[in-house]
Design a protein around this ligand. Sequence first.
Ligand SMILES: N[C@@H](CCC(=O)N[C@@H](CS)C(=O)NCC(=O)O)C(=O)O
Length: 241
Amino acid sequence: MLTLYQFPISHYCEKVRWSLDHKSLNYQIKNLLPGLHTLTAKKLSQSSSLPILVHDGKAIQNSSDILTYLDTQFPQNPLTPEDETLKQEAADWEKFADEQIGIAVRVVCYHVLLDHPEIVIPFFAHNGPWYGPYLLKAISPKLLLVMRKGMNINAETAETANKQLGFALDKIHSRLQDQPFLVGEQFTRADIAVASLLAPLCKPVKYGLEWPKHFPESLEAVIRQHSEKLAWVDRLYAEYR
Ligand SMILES: N[C@@H](CCC(=O)N[C@@H](CS)C(=O)NCC(=O)O)C(=O)O
């Protein structure tokens, strides 16, 4: 039995969902509410960070460790290249995605969206406990401020994050000039990691959220700025998700 404890909005959780689906595994999803999630997460593992995958009573935290675990336990449709050099390249891209893309995308998106409870509260409460929308609505003024502070999100950090995102997209774009995948000649965990962590900027249907047609204009402007280099993410979602 596989159970994924997650936030539906989290792009790190999407990386794991995509990997589980790529392997055609059956799994149960437990959506947690931000804030309250710490109670469940800390019972399962050492820190409050999601995703956490529980397999037959064993909890694995951190998306990269979960992908490695999945390949060990369920070798079908491998995520990790067999060749040692390519394996290392995939690990390097995944680390780059975790450090240079995941956090930057979160800062850029939340800088705008945390001022829009009508957009983020439905994301947070999506397919969660019945009381989620009521509770989150009631506590949203405080919750959204605490999130902003906790993740150090403000106009300055959002601008820096957007620049960092630009550099990261340049690096990905130049890598993909003469090859369709980031590593070797096959779709690997490097592609899943990079595409999932960029996905909130592309609003793919298969992410599983009901995206608004348009985000507030300031976030749409960021997306337009990078749209040419994000086209690869749409293609991967269309062909591999
Ligand atoms: N490196 C971690 C990052 C996960 C992460 O940043 N999770 C965020 C949601 S996107 C989270 O759980 N934040 C709440 C917390 O840490 O309590 C991974 O790859 O799993």
